[in-house]
Design a protein. Sequence first.
Length: 412
Amino acid sequence: MQKMLLTCAIVLFAGAAYAQEETQGVIPRTSGQAPNNAVGVHLAPGVRGLAAVGFETIYNSNFYLSENAPKSSFGLVVTPSILLQRDAGVLKYEVGAGLEATKYTNVDAGPDSYVDGSLTGKLSWNPLTRHHIAADYYTRYGHDPFGAIRTEQNVNPSQGLDKWLESGIHGSYRFGADGALINLETAGGWAGRRYQTNRDQTDLLDFRQWDIRETAYLNLSSKTSLLAEVLHSDLSYGTEAVGSASRDSETTNYRVGMHWLATGTTSGDVRIGKLRRSFDDSAQPDTNALDWNATLSWAPQVYSVFMVQTGVQSQQSYLANVQLLQNRFGLISWTHDYSYYLRSRVAYSHVNSQYIGSSRVDRIDTFAVEGNYILTPRWLTILGASYSRRDSNEAGRDYGDTSVYMGVRYGR
């Protein structure tokens, strides 16, 4: 159970720290699933289908994320989803789809509802002992909430949400048996986002990004590996503002590190190195900076897990005079199971966002607490709260926001 929650936290936080519109909620939410295989329907040999739906009410103290005269709101969120899993031994894959429909009250300007959706797919294939292939794909239809991204610049909310379609695909190939001294891994991917509404202003936010990575592992034992890797990414934008410099850039990361599972209670992955970035605009100086990413977990008891994560991540720019955002983040969380039925999680995160090309620096702190109670293997209740505070050296960008949510989730 603890391993499932820890994995969910790491994955979700990585995505949240990368997107500015979500930095007010970088503390990861529950996966909303019971910690066993009780849910799911056997469809054929090796094939399971899962369906779930969640109902949640949420209170938000600052719907527009404004510095002055915050507006509170209540919302009802419905999240149906389906997942198909296939396990054929050497070949495993899954495909899924989900929706998020929300209706708010006390919203006096702009839309008070939205429907977002997603399609996902994953594949793992081990045709031979020394060959491991993995791939994943996603398409998301979403939106930027008011008070974030472009609308933080006092855009009239009555013009409607900035909606976008984003897709990404990623693949990796690892050579070497599990017990071999050396493993080599090559990975690459592409992601792109195009805005669908308010195109006269949001076309500046469209982007495409390519990534490639090469990693070598020196396996000192079955539980400890040294590693060295090189990552390269190419980021480009579809449109630039008239009179503004290009925001296109290329980044290369050089890292060394260690991955270990020392005992049944501790594990870690630490990578540190240099980051080198160059911009297509020759007026912008090249960047050479420290680069790191680390995740450490400690479980003094099987029912209690502490996790710390810190690192550096780049984020696409949403301002014409800013080349990109460089985020330094840290997260600490404690997950505790009081029984099979009841578990809790307390977390704190800090994000320092530097707006490259300007003097702006934002600091976002988020505190969160959440409890889950399993009524039955198919029914899960959720109760949580969070508080986020953004402090900026640019006038008008500060805000505080409190969120309280409760709901139930059913899966079969």
